[in-house]
Design a protein around this ligand. Structure first.
Ligand code: SAH
Ligand code: SF4
Ligand code: F3S
Length: 440
């Protein structure tokens, strides 16, 4: 059996999307060819997410669809967070799967495939002890202008609702030399935007004797010649220091955007969640951001319906939205996850009540975004041109503040505009995007 064509589908966060780029590059370097449907592929891979129950169910639905193809020369593999979490139990739930590997094992994928080809029916890579995935020379990036780069893997926090410490293991930082080398290589290959990734980038600590902290690394990456934009995600409020705001203020290559997940506006609930900060401590960080010289946009994640969330706790989340006036939020209904501390907590909130609370949050935030976005009307913003919407006759751009700014241009253009930077005047604003006219 030789499996030479592969299909991969990714679920979950940007770290997973980037992991898939590493897997794709590794497989191509070994002579595999990527195809665009599972039907055409001899090897079908799902890079999975386990953050909420719905995300976990997706992979089992997908596998179910192809149950009949088992034994017909198709090999199925489950990668990522569900793989790490469920391990060999996946073979019981979906017996036609023959490969299960967590994110720390991707550099060993070619060896695992050889084992399958030489007759092993089932192969696993589930160790979190070693991680050789930082320096991946074969990474096949999806976007020719904007590149993801992992700087820290895993998470040492233990938020009561979260599976990530179990699915990604303990924190491991990459050496600063390796980060700078990859950033320089990316610039040499024509990339102008870099997005630094980690579950908690703020706790980055250079393992080499240089010992840079995150703010220093950020400042240094922004100095790499050819790089015009640097973003980073995700920041944990507890480890978010003023030095990060100072770095943004000092170099406009660092984008005017910070994603600072709060989860809840109630200190009582934050304690139950084990988030390691109070509402006031969180608001102090927001103040640093608002007092910066640059106009930094702030976004967040909110969980509604965590066990024990009273009407009063929820009210404090709603009042926090008014107080901070986020530029955008991701709102989630609490989902019970395996292994987590909150699983055993009493006082679970009924599903309908979670839905009601999420709708309140989203309606409130929609009004805030309409107001925030309309404040940009008349301003001129630099966009990175990301694509074209033929139907609307518009170009799609992204501002430093991470807003989508669709715009028109009077000159006839070619696709070569994609990947360039242009000044655009904002003329209209909706809740989720802006519209404008190119200035040149
Ligand atoms: N490391 C990031 C979060 C990564 S997970 C941080 O600490 O902020 C992305 C988001 O998913 C979280 O911020 C949280 O809002 C949400 N999330 C995580 N576990 C969840 C769960 N069990 N139920 C609902 N939402 C969850
Ligand atoms: Fe999960 Fe908390 Fe770690 Fe974020 S900081 S990945 S929410 S445990
Ligand atoms: Fe999901 Fe794993 Fe990312 S659980 S959100 S893919 S770290």
């Amino acid at each position: 059996m030789t499996t030479r064509t592969f299909y991969i589908e990714s679920f979950g966060c940007q770290m997973n999307a980037h992991d898939s780029e590493k897997v794709i590059g590794t497989l191509i370097s070994k002579g595999y060819t990527q195809v665009d449907t599972p039907e055409k592929a001899e090897l079908v891979l799902y890079n999975t997410c386990s953050i909420r129950d719905k995300a976990e169910q997706k992979v089992f639905h997908r596998l179910q669809q192809f149950k009949r193809d088992a034994g017909k020369g198709k090999v199925f593999g489950v990668l990522g967070c569900v793989a790490q979490q469920e391990g060999e139990k996946i073979f019981d739930r979906a017996p036609h799967v023959s490969l299960v590997a967590g994110s720390a094992s991707y550099s060993k994928l070619p060896q695992m495939l050889v084992q399958l080809e030489s007759g092993n029916r089932r192969v696993t890579g589930l160790s979190l002890d070693t991680d050789e995935t930082f320096d991946t020379p074969f990474t096949r990036r999806d976007n020719p202008h904007r590149a993801y780069m992992t700087i820290i893997e895993g998470c040492d926090k233990s938020c009561a609702y979260c599976v990530v410490p179990f699915t990604r293991g303990p924190e491991r930082s990459r050496t600063s030399a390796s980060v700078i080398a990859e950033a320089s290589q990316l610039a040499a290959n024509g990339y102008t935007e870099i997005q630094l990734l980690g579950q908690n980038v703020n706790s980055y600590r250079d393992p080499s004797p240089v010992g840079w902290d995150f703010a220093t690394l950020l400042a240094r990456v922004a100095e790499v010649p050819g790089i015009r934009r640097v973003r980073f995600t995700t920041s944990h409020p507890r480890d978010f220091v003023k030095g990060i705001v100072d770095a943004i203020d000092a170099n406009s290559v660092l984008c005017d955007h910070v994603h600072l997940p709060v989860q809840s506006g109630s200190t009582r609930l934050l304690r139950l969640m084990d988030r390691l900060y109070t509402r006031d401590e969180y608001l102090r960080r927001i103040e640093w951001l608002k007092n910066a010289r640059r106009d930094i946009s702030i976004t967040t994640d909110i969980i509604v319906g965590f066990p024990g969330e009273t009407e009063q706790d929820f009210g404090e989340t709603v009042s926090l939205l008014d107080q901070v006036e986020y530029d955008s939020i991701f709102g989630f209904k609490y989902s019970r996850r395996p292994n987590t501390a909150a699983l055993a907590m009493g006082d679970q909130i009924p599903e309908e009540e979670k839905t009601r609370r999420l709708m309140i949050v989203q309606e409130k935030q929609r009004a805030i975004q309409i107001r925030r976005n309309s404040e940009t009307i008349g301003s001129v913003q630099e966009v990175l041109v990301e694509g074209r919407n033929q139907a609307l006759g518009q170009w799609i751009g992204r501002t430093s503040q991470n807003r989508t700014l669709n715009f028109v241009r009077s000159v006839a253009d070619s696709e070569a505009l994609i990947g360039t930077y242009l000044p655009v005047r904002v003329t209209r604003a909706g809740p989720n995007s802006l519209v404008g006219e190119s200035m040149v």
